[in-house]
Design a protein around this ligand. Structure first.
Ligand SMILES: [Fe+2]
Ligand SMILES: [Fe+2]
Length: 356
């Protein structure tokens, strides 16, 4: 496991220490972790709780480290390892739950009180309400895409963009595979159709994650460089997707989260495509983004019709789908605000005017 090598981490040494400690467990077989470190349980849990408290209070380093640790733990359930890992360890699970609960609490606090309660009961009205929530949200046509990516992004900016997108685009097929467990009827068929599109409809050269990975080559991005390039918001967007897809009781939230991810793609990718063409970058990126402009609007329509509408007869589903939708757009808006603030255009605008 890589160590937490960010300079910002130096300001919160305790959090960095516990993150390094738990990270080091992940490469050890689960039973061994539980045997060897059982006496460390209380101390580690207390340290993780403190990190969560600090993150919730707005400490950016604590938030970064919290999401970094969660993303490392999630790698044990998202990747097939070459050696046994700590997957299944009771101790790691306890830490995971602390991190997950804190992540959920933080997202729930961002939901305007009363929003979930105001959802219409009737299916079609509910769907319109859900779409209006998103249409009226800052994340819907965010200036990061409509202005920056569209008009000003340079080669380096698109490289950063691809790295940031890798946590979702690079494994979207696995999210679908995870979230469909336990579904039946039209919902299962819809996810299956979507998944088959992800699989290039049976053509190995057209598998979407493969096409996305080809873009790494354009920018000379290596797998091992990804983690260090991620911000807390990058890590959070990947972590939220794993969190919602891995728990059956969060299925409704996953429906909202992934459905809105699909719905937001075509418009966003139109801007990415424009940047790609403007910069004259290799065709692989054009293929991937153009494909999704068409296919993801179909995916979203199918998702709404075959998954959201049939589920909307249940109060539990309506609430969860809306919650997952809001987690998606709220976290996306913060993510894009952060990206926009870190662009060269923003840096230039912040330059002090030279003294006369
Ligand atoms: Fe795709
Ligand atoms: Fe899609």
């Amino acid at each position: 496991m890589p160590t937490t090598d960010r300079s910002t981490v130096l300001t919160s040494p305790d959090h960095a220490t516990v993150v390094d400690e738990v990270s080091s467990w992940l490469a050890i077989p689960a039973d061994e972790v539980d045997r060897k470190f059982r006496h460390d349980r209380e101390r580690v849990a207390t340290a993780v709780r403190q990190m969560n408290t600090d993150a919730l209070a707005g400490d950016p380093d604590a938030f970064y480290l919290q999401q970094l640790l969660l993303s490392r733990i999630y790698q044990t359930v998202m990747r097939i390892p070459e050696e046994p890992t700590a997957e299944g360890s009771v101790l790691v699970h306890e830490v995971t739950r602390l991190l997950e609960r804190a992540t959920i609490t933080a997202e729930d606090r961002r939901i305007q009180p009363g929003t979930l309660e105001s959802a219409p009961v009737e299916g079609r009205q509910y769907l319109s309400w859900l779409k209006d929530l998103v249409r009226g949200h800052r994340a819907f046509k965010h200036p990061y895409y409509t202005e920056f990516i569209n008009r000003s992004a340079r080669y380096e900016d698109l490289r950063t963009y691809v790295i940031q997108e890798s946590v979702v685009d690079g494994r979207f097929d696995d999210f679908l595979a995870m979230m469909q467990v336990g579904t039946a009827g039209p919902a299962k068929m819809e996810v299956a159709n979507n998944f088959w599109d992800e699989m290039g409809n049976g053509d190995p050269s057209q598998v979407h994650t493969r096409l996305f990975n080809l873009i790494y080559e354009v920018f000379d991005i290596r797998e091992q460089d990804l983690e260090a390039a991620m911000t807390a918001s990058d890590l959070l967007s990947g972590n939220l997707a794993v969190l919602l897809c891995r728990y059956r009781q969060l299925y409704p939230e996953a429906v909202g989260f992934l459905g809105m991810t699909e719905w937001l793609v075509p418009d966003r990718f139109r801007n990415v495509l424009r940047a790609w063409e403007r910069l004259g970058l290799p065709d692989v990126g054009i293929t991937y983004h153009r494909l999704h402009i068409t296919i993801d609007s179909q995916h979203a329509a199918g998702w709404f019709h075959n998954i959201v509408l049939p589920a909307a007869s249940s109060e539990y589903m309506r609430r969860g789908i809306a919650r997952g939708t809001l987690w998606r757009v709220n976290s996306s808006a913060r993510h894009l605000d952060e990206r926009l603030a870190n662009t060269w255009v923003a840096a230039q605008a912040a330059q002090p005017v030279a003294a006369e």
